[in-house]
Design a protein around this ligand. Structure first.
Ligand code: UDP
Length: 252
């Protein structure tokens, strides 16, 4: 179905195709899962369908509170129509609880609440293993302006506040997450909007009561039940009653 379209870019978990109108693209969610800079790989049947649906829901809710993003509409189980943006080559990570690389870097016990939310920037470059960078690097190397850094910080905190509440309401702790931003132009002026995806692939989501992980760490750490956990996130958000066809396969 998608093969007729011109492929613009293929990443580890998604493919971007030319969109039906100028300024649009089609974002296709694959079932491929990778971790540790693609050293670990697997195909998790149904993951793309779940992430497409979860990201649609989150982006729509964020749009509802005025956080503009690239999502236009979902086209089918695996594809969504998005606005074409000029991607800022940064991963913006926001953390509420110590986990992952932060816990390792500073020797913090995983699960320790942070005194306040912490935002970090990483330069998107697989060959370099996405090194962490500071505002000095970002402006010196022209990846984004100081105004754009301010906008990314403010927007990411709004996303964090909203999503923390959204997930708390369904018994899930938003431990940390990663977002990406893109520039859209209006004549000589540009603004930043949220891009990429927000899904259990890009967030750490723990059950508030049991601390059970409901995110990509299940794959990274071989905990099993990856699809079941992503389905549970979708179910709690109320966006999917059941996904039997996805779990059994056979979806396009
Ligand atoms: N993350 C991501 N893509 C990346 C790196 C991190 O989506 O390339 C997310 C990750 O899922 C987690 C948060 O960003 O929710 C913080 O990740 P961390 O720096 O702890 O890295 P990790 O230990 O996951 O490699």
């Amino acid at each position: 179905m998608s093969s007729r379209r011109k492929k613009i870019y293929e990443g580890k978990a998604k493919i971007l195709y030319e969109g039906p109108e100028p300024g649009t693209l089609i974002q296709y969610f694959k079932d491929d899962a990778t971790a540790f800079n693609a050293q670990k790989k697997a195909v998790l049947e149904g993951k793309g369908v779940l992430n497409n649906r979860i990201s649609e829901y989150i982006m729509t809710r964020l749009n509802g509170i005025g956080v503009q993003n690239h999502f236009i509409r979902r086209l089918n189980l695996r594809e969504q129509l998005i606005k074409e943006v000029e991607i800022i080559p940064l991963e913006v990570v926001c953390r509420n609880v110590a986990a992952g690389s932060l816990a390792t870097r500073f020797g913090l016990p995983e699960g320790q609440a942070l005194p306040r939310s912490i935002i970090e920037f990483y330069y998107k470059d697989d060959k370099l293993n996405d090194p962490m960078c500071t505002e000095e690097h970002i402006t010196a190397f022209n990846w984004a302006s100081t105004q754009e850094i301010d906008d990314m910080l403010a927007l990411t905190l709004r996303v964090n506040d909203f999503l923390s509440g959204l997930f708390a309401g369904v018994g899930i702790t938003l431990v940390d997450f990663k977002v990406e931003y893109g520039r859209v132009w209006d004549g000589d002026f540009s603004k930043l909007i949220l891009a990429d995806e927000i899904s259990p692939d890009s967030c750490r989501l723990w059950d508030t009561v049991s601390n059970e992980k409901l995110d990509k760490d299940r794959f990274r750490r071989d905990l099993g039940n990856v699809i079941e956990s992503y389905t549970e996130v979708a179910r709690r958000l109320g966006i999917m009653k059941e996904m039997p066809t996805v779990i059994q396969g056979g979806v396009q």
